[in-house]
Design a protein around this ligand. Structure first.
Ligand code: IMP
Ligand code: MG
Length: 176
């Protein structure tokens, strides 16, 4: 199997969209401090670019999670590979994600973090694939609505590759 990379959103397009998201967040959190929670590893590039454009006092923490088991939030289980370093109690938080697919991981992560008594907890994702949703999640800030295709770049990987592409691309898989 061989992959071909097709650019979908150029670096300029991604950066322009991040400018717009940051403007929106700057308006919504005026006069407040903001705690960004980046989900490793995919959201790292997006999280950094977004944070550089924010004008309020910003703190950041990261966690690494994956989900397994069935798709319902109540019975689904979350595998925490790396937890947050700091408490989020009383903080205004935004979870920063690379892409929402089934929504299973994010819904469970949101439920877990909500239980830690943040002052508020919103979700910001670079990409969303709403057609693929199994567990509903309310997303507050969406960069791009993605078609149901496998995408890479700007942090997103295929078998740990392509995260470093400065643009967002779809992957075409070819039999050899
Ligand atoms: P889900 O929403 O629980 O299904 O899982 C979402 C996670 O799966 C994302 O955070 C990504 O790490 C990964 N993922 C889903 N779709 C893609 C894709 O098109 N490209 C790369 N990673 C993806
Ligand atoms: Mg992810």
């Amino acid at each position: 199997m061989r992959e071909i990379v097709h650019e979908m959103y150029s670096e300029e397009q991604v950066e322009e969209r991040i400018d717009q998201l940051a403007e929106e967040i700057n308006r919504d959190y005026q006069g407040k401090s903001l705690h960004l929670i980046g989900l490793l590893k995919g959201s790292v590039f997006f999280c950094c670019e977004l944070s550089k454009r924010l004008t309020m006092p910003v703190t950041m923490d990261f966690m690494s999670v994956s989900s397994y088991g069935d798709s319902t939030v109540s019975s689904g289980r979350l595998n925490i590979k790396k937890d947050l370093d700091e408490s989020i109690e009383g903080l205004d938080c935004i979870i920063v994600e690379d892409i929402i697919d089934s929504g299973n991981t994010l819904a469970r992560t949101q439920q877990l973090l909500q239980g830690r008594q943040p002052s508020s907890l919103k979700i910001c994702t670079l990409l969303d694939k709403p057609e693929r949703r199994e567990t509903p999640v309310e997303v507050d800030y969406v960069g791009f609505t993605s078609p149901d295709e496998f995408v890479v770049g700007y942090g997103l990987d295929y078998a740990q590759k392509y995260r470093n592409l400065p643009y967002i691309a779809t992957l075409e898989f070819l039999e050899e």
